[in-house]
Design a protein around this ligand. Structure first.
Ligand code: 2AM
Length: 179
């Protein structure tokens, strides 16, 4: 089985700027700069045949390239426990359309629709037991963070390898957007 997800990779200079934010929160498991990305759809475990069908479906997506800006930080919580910290991605019509096309492509291939509302984000840290302190300070200190616009010219099908040293994300295929 292959554990897959579809994401927009980030340029090296953007990942490096984001990595600069990653300190000062106790208990945070910071995401390595090389692993930072904007997830469009988490797929989970599928067999080779399904992976190939998903790949073919993604290859048929046609959309123009577009510019994105990373701006501000926030967190996700469930039952009052914060489980991740992220940087926010400004809304863009073409990002929404790309996400919709990816979603319908995978649903046509038999995956369950994603029920959660899409919130474009780049995860910076996760918390095993939920975080208590210093999140407020982190958010206040970094809320003005804003990158220059960067061009998104392709998106990627990744395979996730989970390991004791943290995950490794292997790009399996890249899908160009029209320039
Ligand atoms: P996250 O950044 O919001 O945590 C690779 O693991 C990517 O897939 C991550 O960016 C992660 O989103 C997402 N992901 C991992 N496991 C997931 C799950 N069970 N449901 C939804 N998304 C998941």
């Amino acid at each position: 089985m292959l554990r897959l997800f579809i994401a927009v990779p980030l340029p090296e200079h953007i990942r490096s700027d984001l990595a600069g934010l990653c300190s000062g929160v106790p208990d945070a498991k910071w995401v390595a700069a090389e692993n930072m990305h904007l997830t469009l759809r988490f797929i989970g475990e599928v067999g080779r045949g399904d992976a190939d069908d998903i790949h073919q479906a993604l290859s048929r997506i046609r959309l123009p390239a577009f510019d994105l800006v990373v701006s501000g930080v926030g967190c996700f919580e469930t039952r009052r426990k914060i489980h991740s910290l992220w940087a926010s991605v400004e809304k863009h019509e073409l990002l929404s359309r790309l996400r919709e096309k990816v979603e319908s492509a995978v649903v046509r291939e038999g995956l369950e629709p994603e029920r959660r509302k899409f919130k474009a984000h780049i995860t910076l840290a996760r918390f095993r037991k939920g975080s208590g302190g210093r999140i407020g300070t982190f958010i206040e200190n970094n809320n003005r963070f804003r990158t220059e616009p960067f061009r998104v010219t392709y998106f990627t099908l990744f395979r996730s390898h989970l390991g004791n040293q943290g995950p490794h994300y292997e790009p399996l295929a890249e899908y160009p957007l029209d320039e």
